[in-house]
Design a protein around this ligand. Structure first.
Ligand SMILES: [Zn+2]
Length: 162
């Protein structure tokens, strides 16, 4: 048994990962159901949490336009695929801090241009702005630590673009 040879931090990391995988599996199964059936499995409070988190992504997208054509911002394109941790379409599964961090790795594009970029038929302008979530866009129940993180990321991006 190799399990007891793991360091406590490594064990904690693996436990967290396992919970995350279980959550993702559950979420995928849930999302495959029609809305009416879905509601039978989630509490009103949980639905509120999901809506808040995906709403945050929706609000920041609404403040941007497609970096390629200037059209409606529908997708978040990861500029560096190697640093991608999750799809922002599944933001409901992640904490506000994770969403803030992940969003800053992406650029807003419309669905058509997102496909074109991945097929190599469109290029992203090098000065395309990242999807930075301003701290004031966070819901009031977001932890102070997350508000500070958002402030730091917004500040850093401002320096980079100047
Ligand atoms: Zn576009």
């Amino acid at each position: 048994m190799a399990a007891h040879r793991l360091s406590p931090s490594e064990r904690r990391r693996r436990e967290k990962l396992q919970v995350k995988r279980q959550n993702e599996k559950q979420y995928r199964r849930l999302m495959a159901l029609p809305q009416a059936e879905r509601n039978a499995f989630t509490s009103k409070r949980q639905r509120g949490v999901y809506a808040q988190r995906s709403g945050l992504v929706r609000r920041v997208r609404a403040a941007h336009a497609c970096a390629v054509c200037g059209g409606v911002c529908q997708h978040s394109h990861h500029v560096d695929p190697a640093s991608k941790s999750f799809e922002l379409g599944k933001a409901a599964l992640h904490s506000y801090a994770e969403i803030v961090r992940e969003s800053a790795k992406t650029v807003c594009v419309c669905a058509k241009d997102h496909r074109a970029i991945h097929m190599g038929k469109a290029a992203l302008p090098s000065d395309a702005p990242r999807l930075i979530i301003p701290p004031e866009m966070l819901p009031p129940q977001a932890p102070l630590k997350t508000v500070r993180l958002a402030r730091r990321i917004a500040w850093r991006s401002r320096i980079r673009s100047n």
